[in-house]
Design a protein around this ligand. Structure first.
Ligand code: URA
Ligand code: SF4
Length: 205
């Protein structure tokens, strides 16, 4: 049993993206809203053919209220560019909408959301997929994979392969841009991300 009520009671099942974004800040589906600055909504064209799903907002995203604007975002921008994908053509969002962190002095250190928090927030990303109806979902890293594909999926083993989401929609999982930023093997891991993004773009051709 999940210790959290989950987002279901807050997610609007009628109305479009505007309504979803208006309702998101009031969500109390888990405890993450308590310490975060704000819920960070997805961004991009509502008719995007490709949706990219990350993990959670980081420190920068939490303060600015926009997805992928910190170091992971810069890395993602570079990878998208190398893969020939225009960021303004894709819908970018996260599996969990509030920042999870621990304080270390003045710094806020990112903490991976728990399985319970990932499950609690799942209805938001499901609704985003329903509204945008992307032809392909790119799953960035283990948290998004747990949310959208399932707990037994292993990104390291199965990245780059086409899989199906619960609604039958095609998806491809790849490494998370933050893991590339921190990687000891930066060039190799950036190459994996770019390869997978390129393969994803090719699936839309
Ligand atoms: N990492 C994510 O997964 N999402 C963001 O918005 C920023 C960093
Ligand atoms: Fe709601 Fe998700 Fe924020 Fe938890 S993380 S309060 S489920 S929006």
């Amino acid at each position: 049993m999940n210790q959290y009520a989950g987002a279901e009671d807050w997610v609007p099942h009628a109305g479009g993206m505007r309504k979803l974004k208006a309702d998101l800040p009031s969500c109390r589906g888990c405890d993450l809203w308590e310490d975060a600055t704000q819920a960070v909504p997805g961004e991009g064209p509502v008719r995007a053919r490709m949706m990219l799903v990350g993990e959670t907002p980081g420190d920068h995203e939490d303060k600015e209220g926009h997805v992928f604007v910190g170091p992971a975002g810069h890395l993602l921008d570079r990878a998208l560019d190398e893969a020939g994908i225009d960021r303004s053509d894709v819908y970018l969002t996260n599996a969990v909408k509030h920042f999870r962190f621990e304080r270390e002095g003045k710094r806020r250190i990112h903490k991976t959301p728990s399985a319970g928090q990932i499950t609690a927030c799942h209805p938001w990303v499901v609704r985003e997929v329903e509204i945008v109806k992307p032809e392909l979902v790119v799953v960035l890293g283990a948290v998004a994979a747990r949310s959208l594909i399932g707990p037994s999926f292993r990104v390291t083993q199965d990245r780059g392969k086409q899989v199906e989401l619960a609604d039958g929609r095609p998806a491809v999982a790849t490494v998370h841009p933050s893991s590339v930023v921190r990687s000891q093997e930066f060039k190799r891991d950036l190459g994996l991300l770019v390869d997978d993004l390129r393969a994803a773009a090719a699936l839309l051709k």
